[in-house]
Design a protein around this ligand. Structure first.
Ligand SMILES: Nc1ncnc2c1ncn2[C@@H]1O[C@H](COP(=O)(O)OP(=O)(O)OP(=O)(O)O)[C@@H](O)[C@H]1O
Ligand SMILES: O=C(O)c1ccc[n+]([C@@H]2O[C@H](COP(=O)([O-])O)[C@@H](O)[C@H]2O)c1
Length: 209
């Protein structure tokens, strides 16, 4: 079984996440998609919604995609959410499955700063999604690493359980959580950028005001 995982702060989760991962899931024909809200994010300031609220929104969003669930593993850990440790734990949980960690290209460009980044492929593949306006240049170190692990063929993710990076040509969805939070604060239109259930949750809990 192939399980794809989208980790994120999800403050809030939005159609940019959901539309892009939907394309990835079709491209790689995965069996399950796991939305994984991170606890205290390793490389950014504290989110505007609580961990429980971000998980609740991810659960609502999961209902929008086939074979999709939200997982609270990282929220249960008494530490920052380090992807390498999470993937290692998920591998123990599902030793016979193939794991695919999905990131946007802005996040991927910063991979070298991640905890034990050179071990990220020990238990998973990585698939990178396009992100508009992300003029992120991959460093020489990252490019050298990528040259050794990149595949251009998504079918190859089934040949071995881990170890490849695939740069997926997903359509660019110009939506960010920052823009949504700003739109709420400045009373611009924002509800169309998230599923209706998530918009209702944000309104009911008066988030990001
Ligand atoms: N519109 C999008 N298209 C493709 N990937 C995206 C998009 N939005 C977010 N991602 C990716 O989803 C993951 C989680 O993103 P995150 O929850 O930080 O959302 P964000 O919109 O980037 O938030 P913020 O604006 O608060 O930084 C990251 O890997 C990010 O690159
Ligand atoms: O493991 C790390 O050091 C690490 C550093 C930065 C980001 N991540 C993960 O990358 C995913 C996207 O992060 P973010 O901050 O863009 O929401 C999320 O699952 C984070 O936990 C992980």
């Amino acid at each position: 079984m192939m399980r794809a995982i989208l980790g994120g702060t999800f403050d809030p989760i939005h159609w940019g996440h959901l539309n892009a991962v939907k394309h990835v899931c079709e491209l790689i024909a995965c069996d399950q998609l796991i939305l994984l809200p991170s606890a205290q994010p390793p490389h950014r300031s504290y989110p505007g919604a609580s961990a429980e609220q971000r998980l609740a929104m991810a659960k609502l969003a999961a209902q929008e995609l086939p074979n999709c669930i939200a997982d609270n593993w990282e929220l249960l850990q008494p530490r920052k959410s380090y992807t390498q440790l999470t993937l290692s734990q998920f591998h123990q949980r599902w030793p016979h499955d193939t794991l695919v960690f999905i990131v946007g290209e802005d996040a991927f460009a910063g991979l070298e700063s991640w905890y034990q980044w050179q071990h990220l492929l020990d238990h998973a593949h990585i698939v990178v999604m396009r992100r508009p306006h992300s003029h992120n240049i991959f460093s020489d170190t990252l490019q050298q690493w990528l040259a050794a692990v990149e595949t251009k063929h998504p079918e190859q993710l089934r040949d071995q359980p881990n170890g490849y990076v695939y740069l997926a040509e997903t359509p660019a969805f110009d939506i960010s959580a920052t823009a949504i939070r700003n739109a709420i604060q400045t009373e611009q239109a924002w509800a169309h950028l998230v599923p209706t259930t998530v918009a209702n949750y944000i309104q009911t809990h008066q988030l990001y005001r």
